[in-house]
Every structure is written in C-alpha cells, then in structure tokens.
Design a protein around this ligand. Structure first.
Ligand code: PLP
Length: 449
C-alpha cells in the first residue's frame, strides 16, 4: 500500500482528472479524499475524523461497515452474485415480503429499482397506466430525483436547467407555517388552507387529467417540513374524490429516519404507492423500489407492465436489504431513533433556538431535524438568499467550515442546517456532535442584524 500522503495525492489526482461530479461546475470543486469509515465516522487521509451528521446523502442509516450488512453481501456474492429480474430469486422474494409486511395493509407487491429517482419514474408510470391520465402534481420545495420525470416533478432549483423534460407536471404549495403561502397563523389553519389550495389546483388543472399527486411524507432536502395534523389524510380524501393516485415519496424518510418503517405510519394516511431507496440497505448496493397497493397491482394482472431494469432486485442489494431488517429488529433501531430524537435532539435544538439569534425555527421528528437560520428572528429574512451560491452563500459556508473544523460533517442546504446522523449513532457521539454544531452556530450568529 502507498503511504497515506502519497495515496491522498493519487486519489485527488485521479478524481480531478477523470471523475465527472454531480451537480457541480467541475473546475470549481475540490472533493475531500476519504480513506475509510466506520459507524458514524469517516476519515480523510490526514487522519482527520468527521462525525457524519448528514448520513452521507441521508442514506447511511446503519452507518459505515455495519458488519451484518457487509457479511450478507459477502455471503450473497459467494452464492450467486447476480441473476436477471424475470427469474424468481430467494433474497429478492424475501426482501419484497419483508417490505410488504411492514407496509400499510393492502400493499403486497414491490417493484425494485436501482435508486430513488427511478422508483418515482416507475410509480408515475404505474399511475399513468392505471388511470389513463397523464398529469402529475407535486410540491414546490420538493426533490424527487434527477431522471426525466423525477426532475420535472422536483420543486427546487435543480429542476430549472432541466425544465419541461416531462411536460405533464404541475406544482402546488404545500404546508409550511414558518413561511406560509396562505397567511396562516396556526398549524390547523395552514393544513386546511393548503388543502383548499390543492383542491383548487386540481379543479383548475382538470381532475380528469390528473394521474397522481406525489408528496414527500416529510419534505427532506427542502427543509424537513413536517406535515401538520390532518394534511396527509386530506390529500388522501382529495385523491379518493377525484380518482387520483397518491404517491408517497419515502426515499429519504423510509426505513427508520422518523422512527417508523415508513414515515406515513406517523401520519395515519394511506398512499396508493410508496417509493423508497436509501435506507432500505443504507446504500451499500444501489437499491430502490415502489410498494404497490393491491388495487393498482390488479391493473397489471392481465395487462403487461411496460417497464423494467436489468438490475431490478439485484441479489447483492436485496441481501443487504434483508440484513437491514434483521439489524433493525435485533438492535431496536426504530425505538432508539424515537428515543434519541425526543430525549436528546429535540430539547437540545429547542434550547439553541432560545440562545442563538440566528435560529428562526427548529422542526423535525426522530433523527431528522432542520435548523432554519435567519438574519433576524423578527423579519425571518433567511441568513442567505434562496438558492444562494458563491459570495452570497458565505455565512452558510463559514458555519459549515466551523463544524468541519470541530470534526462534524454537517448537512446544509440554502439557509438551513439539518441534523440527520446515522440511526446507529451512539448517545455520546450525538451529544458531542451537537456540541460542535452549537459552537459553529456562533459563526452564523455573527451574520445576524
Ligand atoms: N426522492 C427524495 C425524497 C430524495 O431525497 C431523493 C434523493 O435525495 C430522491 C428521491 C432521489 O433518489 P436517488 O438519488 O437515489 O435517485
């Protein structure tokens, strides 16, 4: 093996010369070379350790190098590394059954994909075929993935450069009391007005043209927006009234992030299709999918489903998914997420918001929280403008740099910092990481009015 310093030079050189990176101006980035990871921590080649408060891209729910997942992949590789999707396979079937067992009642079938974006593509395709309609409604402030229909559904600036790839998409405002689009003053008002707005959108777009409404159960990257009481049940009712398919995008919140198998369990609403990815196997091998209600599945009993992927239900990915269920159950992952969220994260963040002038609002559930940073608590002006880049984003950059200097890898997006550590983070690590973020928030405070 090369000495660490030489290895780092080689990794950086190969990366800069040959790896074309996502969502980046290639000449303006300098990706950190990472040497290794374990649990909630990863290391660079200089030996600097980072406690990952972002779970990579909010997918590493069971942390790095979880021994049971690694062993399951190794064993599966030794048995049968791959097999095409039209063949029945033991781990593929077992994982589909395990998922159906924790999904809401009446959702027995699973279509596997390679990740979250294609899960949403296929959910929309199923809804379009089953209804014979084309339009799909999604929220402003949402992310549904980067492929053609998924990016067209997305309600954030990542869509702008890809607009109209799928012209059958329409956006509406979801509930977000802190920056309400409806002049609401209470959660109940926000919920009711957001539903009235959605119903008007449906009527003005033409109910008979709308195949589906897709909603992140808790909006993820765009702000950890927890739906107010009654909202998702209201969406269900509207879908029933107008014959629209309700798709819950659980790519980020599924598999434990909220302390539930599926986020929807926390909100008592029943979608027709649930899309998942990330946490299903912590991203050890790419995997996503669609959980399908019996009613929609029946539409394809005698009519062929027109869609597929060479790697649908890849055995290595499914083996890691089966092991995920075993670890969740053996180690009480859902219970510990609820406990750590309620006992440590929530009170800590609420106490911060009393003392840090830069904190406008904190919100979340389980191990999924947002701290929304502002110039002034009174005006609620965001600490950096919407979609800020370069010099405009400097205050968030300075906050993130302070967190990294303290050994915490933070999740930041526009004017928000999210707390989304691996679900296996120890209590000590959680407390230590929060203390670093607390200190880094002093940097954000220095930019307030
Ligand atoms: N949907 C949501 C809610 C997501 O957060 C993401 C990714 O961050 C996606 C879909 C897309 O998933 P993938 O990157 O696996 O395609």
């Amino acid at each position: 093996a090369l000495p660490a310093s030489e290895a780092e030079v080689q990794v950086r050189a190969d990366d800069r010369a040959h790896v074309f990176h996502s969502w980046s101006a290639q000449a303006l980035i300098d990706p950190v070379p990472v040497a290794a990871g374990e649990g909630s921590t990863f290391w660079d080649y200089q030996g600097n350790a980072y406690l990952d408060f972002s779970s990579q891209l909010v997918n590493l729910n069971l942390g790095h190098q979880q021994p049971d997942l690694v062993a399951a992949i190794q064993q599966q590789a030794g048995r049968l590394a791959t097999i095409q999707p039209s063949i029945a396979n033991d781990v593929r079937g077992e994982l589909a059954r395990l998922i159906a067992e924790v999904a809401p009642e009446g959702m027995e079938k699973v279509f596997f994909t390679n990740g979250g974006a294609d899960a949403n593509e296929y959910a929309v395709r199923m809804a379009r075929t089953a209804t014979g309609r084309r339009k799909v409604l999604s929220m402003y402030r949402s992310y549904h993935g980067s492929t053609a229909t998924a990016i067209s559904l997305t309600g954030d600036p990542r869509r702008w450069a890809n607009d109209s790839v799928d012209n059958g998409t329409v956006r509406f405002f979801g509930p977000y009391l802190y920056r309400t689009a409806f002049h609401s003053t209470t959660l109940a008002e926000e919920s009711q007005r957001a539903l009235e707005h959605l119903e008007q959108t449906i009527q003005l777009e033409g109910p008979n043209t709308i195949a589906a409404i897709i909603i992140e159960t808790v909006v993820g990257t765009n702000g950890v927006l927890v739906p107010p009481p009654g909202y998702l049940q209201g969406v269900r009712d509207l879908c029933d009234r107008y014959g629209i398919v309700y798709i819950a995008d659980e790519v980020m919140v599924g598999f434990g992030r909220l302390g539930e198998w599926f986020g929807i369990d926390a909100f008592d609403a029943k979608p027709d299709l649930i899309t998942f990815a990330k946490g299903v196997n912590s991203g050890y091998v790419p995997l996503g999918g669609v959980v399908i209600s019996d009613r929609i599945a029946a539409a394809f009993d005698k009519v062929s489903f027109a869609g597929g992927l060479t790697y649908s239900g890849h055995p290595l990915a499914c083996a890691a998914g089966v092991a995920t269920f075993e670890v969740f159950r053996r180690d009480g992952i859902l219970e510990r997420v609820r406990d750590l969220g309620a006992r440590i994260v929530e009170p800590t963040l609420r106490a911060w918001s009393e003392k840090h002038p830069s904190i406008g609002e904190v919100r979340g559930q389980g191990l999924f929280w947002a701290v929304e940073l502002v110039r002034s608590k009174e005006t609620r002006e965001p600490l950096v403008p919407f979609n800020a880049a370069g010099a405009d984003a400097a205050p968030m950059g300075a906050f993130a740099a302070a967190a990294k200097k303290g050994g915490v890898w933070p999740f930041t997006h526009f004017n928000r910092m999210h707390v989304a550590p691996p679900l296996v983070i120890t209590e000590d690590e959680l407390v230590r990481g929060l203390a670093v973020l607390d200190e880094a928030l002093d940097v954000a405070d220095s930019y307030t009015d």
